[in-house]
Ligand binder design. Structure first.
Ligand code: ACM
Length: 571
């Protein structure tokens, strides 16, 4: 009898719950799940959970941060403030349960089992749960109910998902233009939304040194400031008719303190994103040379760069320089726990090293010689100065490795011989990544023609050069979307060395945060699917339909995304 009463009570509670949810039997179709990146597996189910103020987030203490994020996402998406609970309440109409499940495999895999009264987001790790939440927040649908009011519902589904690539990155250049800490946080929020897990923070440039180094205070007293900035392309070597420098007359600069950088590291870590700092060497070091001219090849006086491009002035390959770089990297590794530290290596002209007695003496001492035959790696003959750069980078690598860390460098680090443990970031096309993988090294693909978000993103903008936030070229959202990071030239074993993909946002022509947002989005949205979704599931037309939910979230986050791909809308 007791059993009977209990069963009756359960039935009543169930009935009352169901009857409170007018969406319990709602049909769903694939079009109701506008998810980017598209998950590996999605099973459409009948019915929708109705979110109300009484809905709850049920979690265990190990997922407290994730639960707090979900609360924030639901509040942003619907205005509803859900209760976060650690034990199930007796009478709760609907609950989203976050749970760790060791039976699931993969550090970043997750499962969403979404029913009408209960949704579970489970993963082996907190990171997996967090990634699942990025999917779940896109599942919230806004519907108008029979009383003409808005309801927020989540369509039932079973989702099993995991990323295609382990490294999914976005870069930001703060050397050319610097952005406030709040914007760096917003950028990281955007990365999280797009299931990116690496933030490559390009901290040093010819035009500004942006990170406090306590042992070398002049880096920020002097190197963080430029006297003025070129107007558009009015500067020498701009390749146009504007070879005469025309500046804006405004001193420009700033830097992040170590405490601020640590705040960013923690902010990113809370979102399961690793910050990879870049200290670019031996080129792109004009700001450091202006601060400490003794590190140069005797070609001073040096001035923090006022225009863009590649400067001949680079670091001298001398002991004093190595001491300086080791000191800088020691402080950098103290701030940034990332296993990988980016040491640049790009665009370092060898003119000064060819003309410097000191550099030539090092070349002689090391016995470096010009190639007589083309290198089997890239089919090119490398100079003894290229080999000196290789020595330079290898020496830095040895130091970084001695601290238990690894280096990443731009693909120029292949020239003259790759440092033994280096990971290559392939930016001048895909050749660098291919060469690295063939040599048994890891590669991150970021080829200019697909992954440079400082390019125009629309043919009309490219033709009119407006808005003037771009350096050149045309890389549309569709072009980004079309990219497959695994080069056809690689065999399956080599293809395993393609660690992932990244897009770069260089900021020569991007002084303002809203411009940075315009350049980054929605190309970042396209990239997220390149980085995450199995290649056979990609479909650009479907992506354009699915972007609606992401767009809704971007609107709520006040993001100034470009609108070229939304038919009939102007920017
Ligand atoms: C680069 O774009 N110089 C890596």
């Amino acid at each position: 009898m007791k059993k009977c009463i209990f069963a009756f009570a359960v039935a009543l509670v169930t009935l009352s719950c169901v009857s409170k949810n007018p969406y319990a039997e709602s049909p769903n179709t694939m079009a109701d799940y506008k998810l980017i990146p598209l998950p590996q597996q999605l099973e459409v189910r009948k019915g929708r959970m109705l979110l109300t103020e009484n809905s709850c987030i049920l979690t265990d203490a190990k997922l407290a941060k994730e639960a707090a994020f979900l609360k924030e996402y639901i509040e942003l998406g619907s205005g509803l403030s859900l209760n976060v609970l650690e034990t199930a309440p007796a009478k709760t109409p609907a609950c989203i349960v976050l749970e760790l499940d060791t039976t699931l495999t993969g550090e970043e895999a997750y499962r969403i089992d979404a029913g009408v009264e209960r949704i579970s987001v489970s993963a082996r790790t907190a990171q997996g749960v967090f990634l699942g939440l990025q999917t779940l927040r896109q599942m919230i649908l806004e519907v108008v109910n029979s009383a003409g009011k808005t309801d927020y519902v989540i369509p039932a589904a079973l989702i099993n998902d995991a990323p295609r690539f382990a490294y999914r990155g976005m870069h930001l250049d703060v050397g050319r233009h610097m952005f406030p800490l709040d914007f760096i946080k917003k950028y990281i929020d955007l990365l999280a939304l797009h299931k990116m897990n690496r933030f490559h923070w390009h901290l040093t440039e010819d035009q500004g040194w942006r990170i406090e180094i306590k042992k070398y205070p002049k880096l920020t007293e002097v190197g963080a400031w430029r006297a003025e900035t070129a107007i558009r392309k009015h500067f020498p070597d701009s390749g146009g008719e504007n070879a005469e420098f025309k500046g804006d007359g405004k001193r420009y600069g700033g830097f992040y303190t170590q405490d601020e950088a640590r705040e960013i590291v923690q902010y990113a870590a809370d979102r399961h994103i690793i910050v990879i700092p870049e200290i670019d060497m031996p080129g792109h070091m004009l700001a450091a040379l202006a601060s400490y001219p003794e590190l140069g090849n005797g070609t001073g006086p040096y001035e923090v760069g006022k225009w863009w491009g590649v400067f001949n002035q680079i670091l001298a390959p001398k002991e004093e320089t190595f001491r300086f770089l080791e000191d800088v990297l020691t402080e950098i590794m103290d701030i940034f726990p990332s296993e990988y530290i980016h040491i640049g290596g790009d665009e370092a002209p060898k003119k000064e090293w060819k003309e410097s007695a000191q550099a030539q003496a090092v070349i002689k001492q090391l016995g470096l010689k010009d190639d007589i035959e083309a290198s089997p790696v890239d089919g090119r003959k490398h100079s003894k100065e290229d080999k000196l750069q290789s020595y330079f980078i290898s020496r830095i690598e040895k130091f970084v490795n001695s601290k238990g860390r690894q280096i990443i460098g731009w693909d120029e680090i292949l020239e003259g011989g790759l440092a033994p443990n280096a990971t290559v970031m392939s930016w001048r096309g895909t050749e660098g990544g291919i060469a690295a993988a063939k040599l048994g090294h890891k590669a991150i693909m970021t080829p200019g023609g697909y992954c440079y978000f400082d390019h125009y993103q629309d043919s009309i903008d490219a033709a009119t050069q407006e808005p003037y936030f771009s350096i050149c070229c045309l890389t549309t959202v569709e072009r980004v979307y079309s990219y497959d990071p695994v080069p056809a030239e690689l065999n399956p074993e080599q293809a395993q060395l393609i660690w992932g993909v990244q897009a770069n946002l260089w900021t020569e022509y991007i002084p303002l945060t809203e411009q940075a947002e315009y350049m980054a989005l929605p190309r970042m949205t396209a990239l997220s699917e390149v980085a995450w979704t199995p290649v056979e599931l990609k479909d650009y037309e479907a992506f354009k339909m699915r972007i609606a939910s992401m767009r809704g979230i971007l609107d709520k986050m006040n993001v100034n995304y470009a609108k070229h791909i939304f038919a009939g809308e102007n920017n």
